[in-house]
Design a protein around this ligand. Structure first.
Ligand code: AMP
Length: 215
């Protein structure tokens, strides 16, 4: 199964990707998490990406595309993958189509997780992420078991700089201008499944599974 999760930042793509990853036993490719790993390892790529990310802007296409090209040819992607936060622009989507085509494969479905902007702002201000493994929590909707610590690896949870309200508003604007047109792009390929992302996590997951024909 090869899936793309589309939707505004904070629409719940990361949480749904984690659930789908466990079900299908395929990796999630989250370009945001990969960039954050580079930033914490202080690599050159991390240094380049951080200025865009902290401002709520997109990292330039060339950097993102190179990174994904390298990632999808690894062994663990043989049975499929879930893209979370990639592609985010039309040139990225075109590059992905070409990369997959060169490998003789293609995307099966694009899941559009729809959540209105007002809900996104409320959600993101409560979002906390693991500083080590990137697992995602929420102060109201998905609390960790031991306060301040990741359920998966026990590392400290933190608020991302780009989850602060002003940056969130920038990110939403970027989403509407640059990423939303991808729905039309994939619609032309008849691949889009529409999901109401305002329901709770389990209900959204169940709706996705139903549309994928899994239950
Ligand atoms: P995310 O965790 O997916 O919300 O991504 C966090 C930030 O990383 C974004 O606001 C961008 O600055 C950057 N980023 C992640 N994925 C991409 C992408 N596909 N294209 C450009 N920038 C990206």
């Amino acid at each position: 199964m090869r899936l793309i999760l589309l939707g505004a930042p904070g629409a719940g793509k990361g949480t749904q990707a984690e659930m789908l990853m466990k079900y299908y036993k395929i990796p999630t490719i989250s370009t945001g998490n990969i960039f954050r790993e580079h930033i914490s390892n202080k690599t050159d790529l991390g240094k380049q990406a951080t200025k865009y990310m902290d401002a709520g802007q997109l990292v330039p296409d060339e950097l993102v595309i190179e990174l994904v090209k390298d990632r999808i040819t690894r062994d663990d992607c043989k049975n499929g993958m879930i893209f979370d936060g990639f592609p985010r622009t039309i040139p990225q989507a075109e590059a992905l189509d070409k990369m997959l085509n060169d490998l003789g494969i293609s995307i099966d479905y694009v899941i559009d997780v729809d959540v209105p902007d007002e809900n996104i702002i409320e959600r993101m201000s409560g979002r906390r992420v693991c500083s080590k493994c990137g697992a995602s929590y929420h102060t109201k909707h998905k609390k960790e078991k031991l306060e301040g610590n990741c359920d998966e690896c026990a590392s400290t949870l933190m608020q991302r700089v780009d989850d602060k309200e002003e940056t969130v508003k920038n990110r939403l604007q970027v989403y509407h201008m640059q990423t939303k047109p991808l729905i039309e792009y994939y619609n032309k390929q008849n691949k889009v499944l529409y999901i109401d992302g305002t329901a709770d996590v389990i209900k959204v997951h169940d709706s996705i599974m139903k549309l994928l024909g899994e239950n």
